[in-house]
Ligand binder design. Structure first.
Ligand SMILES: *[C@@H]1O[C@H](CO)[C@@H](O)[C@H](O)[C@H]1NC(C)=O
Ligand SMILES: *[C@@H]1O[C@H](CO)[C@@H](O)[C@H](O)[C@H]1NC(C)=O
Ligand SMILES: *[C@@H]1O[C@H](CO)[C@@H](O)[C@H](O)[C@H]1NC(C)=O
Ligand SMILES: *[C@@H]1O[C@H](CO)[C@@H](O)[C@H](O)[C@H]1NC(C)=O
Ligand SMILES: *[C@@H]1O[C@H](CO)[C@@H](O)[C@H](O)[C@H]1NC(C)=O
Length: 417
């Protein structure tokens, strides 16, 4: 398979996109036969994930192929053998790592109709999807999509009904009555892990598009966290019994925002070089979210709530980057120029001019990308996502104490297959 990695160079753009997608799907599809055996204590049959571009594995591009075209092209997904992995990352996102740790497949996107393996989980997260409801969405809204958490919840509700209908026909009329598919069992739905990792898009794009000031971003925390809680309660109403609620990385350490909000004075930066004013937004979000989880634990005693602290894993890496082989904690792996290797005009995956300099950001060495916390200046890198998953599996920065209480399978964490 590896010799085919560069086949994209020989094909025209249209064929490239399509071949890469099919190849990635075929390759991933082959995995459950080998990896399906569950570890004794990692007993989650599947992972259902909800959120935005930090965890989307292909929903938004399935819905809007042109708008999100760049994530199926290099250098996005460069860690995947056939590339074109449809993720805003060089490699795996958090839900992929968790699913690998539980001996599953990558987390397949709900909207992709071809070659999905849904037995071990389904991804409902959508790039450009906010935690808060979207009203008045227009197709020219840049990075935004109408797939906010409330829409993702509706998708899950329909998904569950479809699964019930599928097994109803299969059980009453026999195998011939249904199209063979790799679906989860009905009984596994309430034993699975439901991950909600949302809100990044809400804060990030208000600031990125300079539609709101940092102060207004801070003011939106109650609405964003309320939308997350509403979704969690909707999932519980749909039968979820185990939730993983994930908080946000420090917004003031994201290269794109460090670039766009540069020019701050010395005391506006913290000890890591991040912008305090922006960090306050995520710190506040995380505090409110953590309180919400405590309240939810009391309100739903039958539901098990994990609280995953991405923020503190991120901070651990900033404190000791070399421990993670990170050489550039505040720079984008794929980007151009400035203090943070980010320029709004030509971004990762694009070519164009910055001044009169031609910039081509369609190629990044995967081993080099591994040394960064941020892949494209906006989204976390494979290295960051791996460190987060590893911390959670090691029962660090996750509550209740002891975390998942399991011996995970790390064998595919570093693999490029
Ligand atoms: C968001 O939309 C859902 C319908 O999907 C609705 O039930 C909910 O009340 C809305 N939330 C807000 C804050 O408007
Ligand atoms: C989980 O779902 C199954 C149906 O598939 C049901 O029989 C069982 O009672 C549910 N368990 C709980 C704890 O709700
Ligand atoms: C860092 O790199 C060394 C040498 O390649 C490797 O042994 C180690 O596992 C890496 N650490 C992490 C956290 O990836
Ligand atoms: C950008 O670089 C890639 C890989 O090096 C190359 O194939 C491509 O033709 C370049 N694009 C432009 C517009 O020069
Ligand atoms: C599974 O959990 C039990 C009880 O917590 C523990 O004794 C055992 O070592 C665990 N096994 C694995 C493979 O993690």
């Amino acid at each position: 398979m590896l010799q085919m990695e560069r086949m994209d160079l020989k094909l025209n753009m249209w064929a490239t996109k399509h071949v890469l997608i099919v190849m990635s799907s075929l390759l991933m599809e082959a995995t459950p036969l080998v990896w399906g055996k569950k570890l004794p204590n990692c007993s989650y049959p599947a992972i259902y994930s909800f959120g935005d571009s930090l965890t989307d594995t292909g929903n938004s591009i399935a819905a809007f192929p042109d708008q999100f075209a760049k994530v199926e092209l290099d250098p996005y997904g460069t860690e995947w053998p056939m590339h074109g992995a449809d993720r805003y990352c060089d490699g795996k996102v958090l839900d992929d790592f968790l699913e690998f740790g539980f001996r599953g497949t990558p987390n397949y996107p709900y909207l992709r109709s071809i070659a999905g393996v849904f037995e071990y989980g389904t991804n409902f997260a959508s790039a450009g999807g906010s935690a808060r409801n979207v009203t008045g969405w227009k197709p020219d809204n840049g990075f935004n999509t109408p797939f906010s958490l409330n829409v993702q919840l509706q998708w899950f509700q329909r998904y569950k009904v479809r699964i019930e209908v599928y097994y109803y026909y299969k059980n009453t009329l026999g195998d011939a009555a249904v199209v063979a598919q790799t679906l989860p069992t009905e009984a596994s739905l309430n034993q699975s892990l439901y991950m909600v990792y949302a809100g990044f898009h809400d804060y990030f794009f208000d600031l990125y598009e300079k539609k709101r000031t940092p102060g207004e971003g801070l003011d939106s925390v109650p609405d964003v966290t309320a939308a997350i809680t509403t979704t969690i309660e909707g999932l519980i109403a749909a039968g979820a019994l185990t939730m993983l609620v994930v908080n946000l990385p420090p917004l003031g350490c994201i290269p794109a925002l460090l670039t766009l909000y540069s020019g701050a004075t010395g005391d506006q930066y913290d000890e890591f070089g991040c912008l305090k004013e922006l960090n306050l937004i995520t710190a506040t979000h995380n505090e409110v979210l953590s309180d919400e989880v405590i309240k939810l634990r009391a309100k739903y005693p039958k539901v098990y709530f994990y609280y995953g602290n991405v923020h503190d894993v991120y901070t651990d890496i900033l404190k000791a980057p070399s421990k993670y082989n990170v050489t550039h904690p505040l720079k984008a792996a794929c980007g151009y120029g400035g203090d943070y290797n980010f320029n709004e005009k030509v971004q990762c995956g694009e070519t164009g001019y910055v001044g009169n300099k031609f910039v081509n950001l369609t190629k990044v060495d995967h081993a080099v990308a591994a040394q960064y916390l941020s892949f494209d200046g906006i989204h976390l890198s494979n290295t960051a996502n791996k460190a987060i998953a590893k911390a959670f599996f090691d029962a660090k920065h996750i509550t209740p104490t002891g975390g998942f209480k399991c011996t995970p399978d790390y064998s595919r964490f570093d693999g490029r297959t």
